[in-house]
Ligand binder design. Structure first.
Ligand SMILES: *Cc1c(COP(=O)(O)O)cnc(C)c1O
Length: 533
């Protein structure tokens, strides 16, 4: 018997016109529910109906990114007729509950505060739009409201799965319910722990949210608990990840290396279980070209299928940016959130090396990726990439407003998928899996999922040999040297002189990843290692 799982997440990437996701976390959550649907597993998703979703980030004439929002038209939502109430800042906030049809037998329920009777209608306005009070309000709607939705709909749940710390206030609601029925705090915490599991996502410390206790108190997020009890759970300030570790029976990180990093990172916190590693995966039908899989299976002409995908990408780029790239020139794809540790413009570091390749029609690069709307550093990274596309107009492209469509085009039609974060700050990185299964060869630092799959020169290439240094300059220097060396001595010669070898590597890339990083494997590990009693 499979336990009934309620999966909580702030964002979900689906396929429709509305974007309820900002990045990898949401893409993963969407893929996860799709995988559970395909396998008819007893699961429900809990999320938020974002009025405007995440930013549409466009590039202005001045070459700088700017943010635009618009109200989404939701076509695939069904009104459940259910409303729940959460008290936020002493005011009752009504949350309407919608059901998303797209996930079939795995219903996704979305809470929505955009109602005329709510003074606080904008709580569910913009995904990650604000910090401080508004973020807490969103997390109260997701967590506390989410549990109330399950009660109102009469859904019995065996396991509450918090995908990232955003949802941890749900545990406070579970504790409150038990205390209302007569348990003391300690027993309520212990019983709650038995039904909660938690997935941590980011090894970047600042990415693990914490809130001042006085602010949580003012917001009403204590949910009936005392100040001491709140400190006992999440510390002061109240750290959402720490709270989730302490209130779950099991916790996991999203790749094996990430599990090591996470265990180090949280070793000062008293919770009594190791964080286990369950590596992320992708929903293959969403991301992988069926033709390339069938070409591999029937030992057909892989190169020809790949060239079709590459041409579709080049057409797409032409339509979007008016730039005509050359199908016979090596094409590197790179798309990441614009954050300094991802080093998006790393490959441009030595102009003496890169300029001749770009100008000599040996190399083309297509970039995409958004900065968080409130992150000026991230925006300057985007501006820099746009600047490069203007300096090398026939060889470098920046596609604005990264989304699932761009993600799908890039991970099918590039020749190489480049990823060069500062190790070990990339938790998993599912875009590389999409690329690998499409026969797009990974060229990546040994971070996130890649150490588990990489066979250098066989199914892709690694950068940097796993080297780590606390000295950022030393680290960058080492990685850059390795990046250029592999690019010049291995990748370019293989591409231009050993096409047969390249196609073999494409085959190896697909064969070595399509099972191991498919959602079925990930789901079975979550059930086996996390959910089972
Ligand atoms: C796959 C995907 C991601 C996640 O990719 P990472 O490898 O974690 O960067 C993020 N955004 C979009 C639109 C995607 O398609």
């Amino acid at each position: 018997m499979y336990p009934k799982v309620a999966y909580f997440c702030m964002e979900y990437g689906m396929d429709t016109a509305f974007k309820m996701y900002a990045g990898g976390l949401g893409i993963l959550a969407g893929d996860y529910l799709k995988g559970a649907r395909d396998l008819s597993l007893p699961m429900v998703g809990i999320g938020i109906k974002w009025k405007q979703g995440y930013t549409d980030q466009l590039v202005g004439k001045d070459g700088k990114p700017y943010d635009a929002y618009h109200n989404y038209q939701y076509d695939c939502l069904e009104d459940t007729g259910v409303c729940v109430t959460v008290k936020i800042r002493q005011r009752d906030v009504r949350c309407k509950v919608w059901k998303v049809e797209a996930f079939g037998n795995v219903p996704l329920y979305l809470l929505d505060t955009d109602l005329p009777e709510n003074e606080d209608a904008w709580i569910t306005g913009q995904l990650y739009g604000w910090f401080g009070e508004e973020r807490i309000a969103q997390e109260m709607v997701l967590g506390i409201g989410g549990v109330r939705v399950l009660r109102a709909l009469g859904i019995d749940v065996d396991v509450y799965h918090f995908n990232e710390g955003h949802a941890v206030l749900a545990a406070l609601e579970l504790i409150r319910e038990k205390m209302d029925s007569g348990l003391n705090f300690e027993n309520a915490v212990e019983t709650t722990k038995q039904e909660v599991v938690f997935t941590t996502h980011t090894p970047v410390l600042q990415g693990n949210e914490s809130h001042y206790l006085d602010r949580l108190a003012y917001m009403g997020a204590y949910n009936g608990l005392s100040h001491e009890q709140m400190i006992h759970i999440g510390g002061a300030p109240f750290n959402m990840t720490v709270a989730a570790l302490r209130l779950s029976k099991k916790a996991n990180a999203v790749a094996q290396l990430h599990a090591e990093t996470a265990n180090c990172m949280w070793q000062h916190v008293d919770y009594n279980k190791p964080i286990i590693g369950i590596t992320n995966a992708i929903h293959v039908p969403t991301w992988v070209d069926p033709e390339i899989l069938s070409a591999v299976d029937r030992e057909g002409d892989l190169w020809q299928v790949h060239m079709q995908n590459k041409r579709s990408l080049l057409d797409f780029i032409k339509r979007r940016n008016g730039v005509e790239l050359d199908p016979d020139v090596l094409l590197i794809g790179f798309s990441r959130r614009a954050a300094p540790y991802k080093r998006s413009n790393f490959i441009f570091s030595d102009e003496n090396i890169i300029a001749p390749l770009l100008e000599g029609r040996k190399l083309q690069i297509v970039f995409s990726g958004k900065a968080h709307p409130l992150d000026d550093t991230g925006k300057s990274i985007v501006e820099n990439l746009v600047g490069m596309s203007r300096r090398y107009p026939n060889a470098v492209v920046f596609l604005e407003n990264y989304d699932m469509e761009i993600g799908r085009m890039l991970t099918r039609g590039s020749d190489i998928w480049l990823n060069n974060p500062r190790r070990p700050l990339e938790a998993s990185g599912t875009s590389g899996m999409k690329a690998a299964m499409n026969g797009v060869l990974n060229f990546s630092v040994l971070d996130g999922w890649w150490p588990e799959a990489c066979r250098h020169g066989v199914n892709g290439w690694q950068i940097g040999g796993g080297f780590e240094s606390c000295d950022v300059c030393e680290q960058d220097c080492h990685d850059l040297k390795s990046l250029y060396q592999v690019l010049l001595e291995e990748i370019l010669p293989t591409y231009y002189e050993r096409r047969d070898r390249w196609v073999d590597m494409m085959k190896n890339s697909i064969h070595s990843t399509r099972k191991q990083f498919a959602m079925e494997r990930m789901l079975s590990e979550y059930y086996e290692l996390l959910y089972k009693a």
